[in-house]
Design a protein around this ligand. Sequence first.
Ligand SMILES: *Cc1c(COP(=O)(O)O)cnc(C)c1O
Length: 420
Amino acid sequence: MIPRLKPALGYQEFLAALQPPRQDDVARFESVFAEMMGHRHAIAFPYGRTGLMFLLQTRDLKNKEIICPAYTCVVVPHAIVHSGNTPVFIDCKKNSFNMDLDMAEQAITGKTGALIATSLFGYPVDLDRLDQIRQRHPQVHVIQDCAHSFAAEWKGRPVQREGIAALFGFNISKILTSIFGGMITTDDERLCQKLRSVSGQVLKPASWRKDLRRLLYLVTVYPTFCQPIYSIINHLERSGRLNNFVQYYDELKIDMPKDYLESMCGVEARVGTENVKRYEDIISTRRSAAKYYFENLSRIIGHANGSHHNVSPFSIIAPGSFLLPPQVDGATYSHFVIQVSNRDQWLKKGIEKDVQLGWLIEYNIPEMISYGDHKPEEFPIAAQYSRTSVNLPVWGGERVAKRVLQDLCEDSFNEENLIS
Ligand SMILES: *Cc1c(COP(=O)(O)O)cnc(C)c1O
């Protein structure tokens, strides 16, 4: 079984988790992370979404419109709503997973408080276009959501540095992990102080129970990502249990996790401090997997119908074909996402072949009942991505990518076989 995701954790993280707690565990994680991201400050939170919520509050944003992608992690609008503001959703740009910045600029009104620029799946947001928006609308706070991208670069410029602050998430499915947890990074001294003072007032200190819970989570979840526990993963997968670890939403509710106001705990911070040392390795591994897929996917599996730039809203992906994602310099490939016309069959084939294929992100937020039950046609590109995306494992670099394609192709896998 090749799992669809596998956190880059080694014995060092487990050792770190078991170290006796130190007063400055969280501060140390903040300081190494800030340095790594090239920011003066980093402030840790129990979740990325908690950080976003506080960030909006410290800018005194209340009853404002916050522009964000329709196609992003649903915790983002949840945090916007919990901060007392309203999300305004923007469809993806054609040929890109990221929000259409032309449409985003058009959506700016007198009530707009902030714009959340997300670099989805590790694809850097277009900073040239974003610069224009920032110049023309200096009152709109630009927040970089780097939960998928970490230090992705747009023409050599790291995205996380272009805005009032950047947001990161560290759950086990992210590029880097601290089990759970999130971080806001910024150069703005006053913003940092305000964030610290607000979170100091509102967040509960982490209890020893949280450390214990996180430790237990780590030791139970990690093995499910490892060889040779094939049968367990398969079982979890079939029974939907694996989803419980990474599934984080209920369409009907706008909610936050129970412990979203309990500070990051020492176990998380120590694991995170250890895990960030692997960053360069993790990114180069992902890039090499992506490179392998770009070079070999069309050759081995049936025929790609060219590339991503053929995507048009609701264009039917021709049966027997699939679309490759864009190839972008500076992308960090948190996910390698192709589009297929018949996702269920791909996923089924994957399970048969012991290759887990992911289907993240499988929703278009405005279509959710709690966000207005909009018609797919109103956000056609996000709607299409939400229905056609399949992601291939990237955590193991070229070696695992090669196995993925070999295993899938054992009996001449191609879309035509799938369809018939
Ligand atoms: C994971 C994620 C976040 C933050 O998630 P938390 O679970 O709250 O840490 C924010 N934005 C995106 C796009 C994400 O994928």
